[in-house]
Design a protein around this ligand. Structure first.
Ligand code: SF4
Length: 251
């Protein structure tokens, strides 16, 4: 198990000589990182990995917007990608363009190698309603896997209190599913912290959040939540499914 270097960078508080996670070892967690701020975690990420080997993955939800803003403060020239399933809301697509303009960045759209039409023919015209796991695998997970194969670390916006599968997420951990380091700078943030940050920094966000959509995915699989429901109750409504497969496992 690696430990944090004893000497800390005076400006950031992160290790002066970052400890590399051993990629050939499973379940490696840099425990000391859990006390770091989001800025410190991202500083570690951008100073540990080559520019072409670390990227922010964003679905442009509220947490994703915060992660991108913090990343921009720490490293103005950072890489961002999003998985474009072909079923994103127009509001999400418009927000991506706004973010590109605000930070002067290009968001790489990762799409499935299977065109939507080709997907429909061998399966069903409404695969998302018959077998959402397969639909997510075709439209999200396979393209993600190909993208992550280029990287040594990916940065996500997941928080521990979002789903049971995320409750053990560490700020820096080994992603055994995709075989690279996974960095979750907002792991210990609450919904309130996210929205306080967005208001304080006057960030653009998806207007659907103000219309009852705390979590926004594909058009077919997202509905507004009702009073008293959990934040992600509007995702895959009617199915036991709570994750698309990107963040199902930790450690
Ligand atoms: S969220 Fe729904 S439409 Fe999007 S990839 Fe998954 S099952 Fe398909």
């Amino acid at each position: 198990m690696p430990t944090a270097a004893a000497q800390l960078d005076a400006a950031t508080g992160t290790p002066a000589n970052p400890v590399m996670i051993q990629e050939d070892q499973q379940s490696q967690v840099l425990l000391s990182a859990d006390s770091w701020t989001a800025e410190q975690v991202l500083h570690w990420a951008f100073t540990t990995y080559e520019k072409t080997k670390v990227a922010v993955a964003s679905a442009f939800g509220a947490e994703g917007i915060v992660t991108i803003d913090v990343a921009a403060q720490v490293c103005p020239d950072f890489a961002v990608f999003t998985i474009d399933t072909g079923y994103l809301f127009p509001e999400t697509l418009a927000l991506i363009e706004k973010v590109e303009q605000r930070y002067g960045i290009h968001v790489q759209r990762i799409t499935s190698t299977i065109p939507l039409k080709a997907q429909l023919e061998p399966y069903a015209p409404d695969l998302w309603s018959r077998d959402p796991d397969l639909c997510c695998r075709l439209r999200k997970i396979e393209p993600l896997k190909q993208k992550l194969a280029e990287l040594r670390a990916w940065i996500t916006a997941i928080r521990r209190d979002q789903t049971p599968a995320r409750q053990h997420a560490s700020k820096i951990e080994w992603d055994s599913a995709f075989q690279l380091t996974k960095i979750n700078p907002l792991a210990d943030w609450t919904t309130e912290m996210v929205w306080n940050y967005i208001r304080k920094h006057r960030l653009d966000y998806n207007p659907m959040h103000d219309r009852g959509y705390p979590s926004i995915g594909c058009t077919h699989c997202t509905r507004p939540v009702r009073i008293g429901e959990e934040l992600r109750a509007g995702r895959w409504s009617g199915f036991a499914k709570t994750e698309c497969g990107m963040h199902d496992r930790h450690g």
